[in-house]
Ligand binder design. Structure first.
Ligand SMILES: C[S@@+](CC[C@H](N)C(=O)[O-])C[C@H]1O[C@@H](n2cnc3c(N)ncnc32)[C@H](O)[C@@H]1O
Ligand SMILES: [Zn+2]
Length: 289
């Protein structure tokens, strides 16, 4: 079973009366409702604290959102499931949707990590082993994990440089990694299409216009992919070799219909991924040296 380590010094953790205590530095981490919280509030950046708050607030409605996805995630989950063996960590596990798929796929040793305690509690209630911790500071020893995954865009909200450094640190040499992000251009385009009908309602005209010309805030986020070579380089500086980047196109409205036949996400040729792909899946391995 995957062992947790102190996020401050990577010492062993002992379970003492509803807490985990570091055998090396004495740091104490609470366990609430069976879920250890390995986040030190004092070390969180303002961005991390905001992300945790936003997802905490979302937890009550999350079930409805996930139900709405239907089989939309199948195509992007598949490449991640294909590499999942041994000790598997999912970073940004949400309510455990993907952890359930890992279990159905035969993975017996999985750990979910999420920055939001409310989301982690949902996953725990759904029967998964989870901890509260940020992607940027995983409570795991160096080279202790066989496969590090992040499904359905969780890394979109993380500090990607720090998260990749953590993937590189906790993976054993030769261990596999996989994560999904969104393409920046396709995200902007999809938002513009969805905004079109809103142009004709007085209350939404200006927001819709801003979205269509690409000026609306919060539509494209900093981690949305503009250049796949940059992404490859970011992996490589963290000893993560990219084996495959897959892109899928999605068109608002049309993909919803095609999803019913499991055809909503169409593969995009690799040279066009940055320009056309909406869903982007990166698969690779921890370099051996
Ligand atoms: C869209 S949900 C994805 C859930 C799950 N991976 C799935 O495939 O269904 C995104 C999750 O990522 C978590 N998250 C966002 N930023 C994170 C970070 N920096 N570290 C850990 N988890 C994070 C959120 O709290 C949320 O639960
Ligand atoms: Zn410690």
């Amino acid at each position: 079973m995957i062992s947790l380590a102190c996020p401050l010094c990577y010492g062993d953790l002992r379970n003492v009366m509803s807490s985990l205590i570091c055998a090396r530095c004495d740091a104490r981490f609470p366990i609430a409702d069976g879920v250890p919280n390995l986040t030190l509030a004092s070390t969180l950046t303002a961005d991390q604290a905001r992300v945790a708050r936003d997802w905490d607030a979302m937890a009550d409605q999350y079930h409805a959102i996930i139900r709405g996805i239907g089989n939309r995630a199948d195509a992007i989950d598949r490449p991640l499931l294909e590499i999942a063996t041994g000790a598997v960590v999912e970073v940004g596990c949400g309510d455990g949707r993907f952890l359930a798929r890992l279990r159905a796929h035969g993975v017996r040793d999985a750990l979910g990590v999420d920055i939001s305690s409310a989301m982690a509690s949902l996953a725990a209630r759904n029967g998964h082993r989870v901890v509260v911790a940020p992607a940027e500071s995983l409570p795991l020893a160096d080279r202790s994990i066989d496969c590090c995954l992040s499904a359905y865009y969780s890394l979109r909200y993380a500090d990607l440089d720090r998260a990749m450094a953590e993937f590189g640190r906790v993976l054993r040499p030769g261990g596999r990694f996989g994560f999904t992000l969104l393409g920046a251009r396709a995200t902007r385009f999809s938002a513009a299409i969805v905004a079109l009908p809103l142009l004709f309602h007085q209350e939404t005209t200006w927001t819709a216009a801003d979205t269509i010309v690409g000026r609306a805030r919060g539509i494209v986020l900093p981690n949305d992919v503009r250049d796949v070579d940059e992404l490859r380089k970011l992996c490589l500086v963290n000893a993560l070799t990219t084996d495959r980047i897959t892109g899928f196109a999605r068109a608002p409205y049309l993909s919803g219909i095609l999803d019913r036949f499991d055809r909503g996400a169409l593969p995009v040729p690799s040279n066009l991924i940055a320009a056309l792909a909406y869903d982007i899946v990166v698969i690779g391995h921890r370099s051996v040296l």
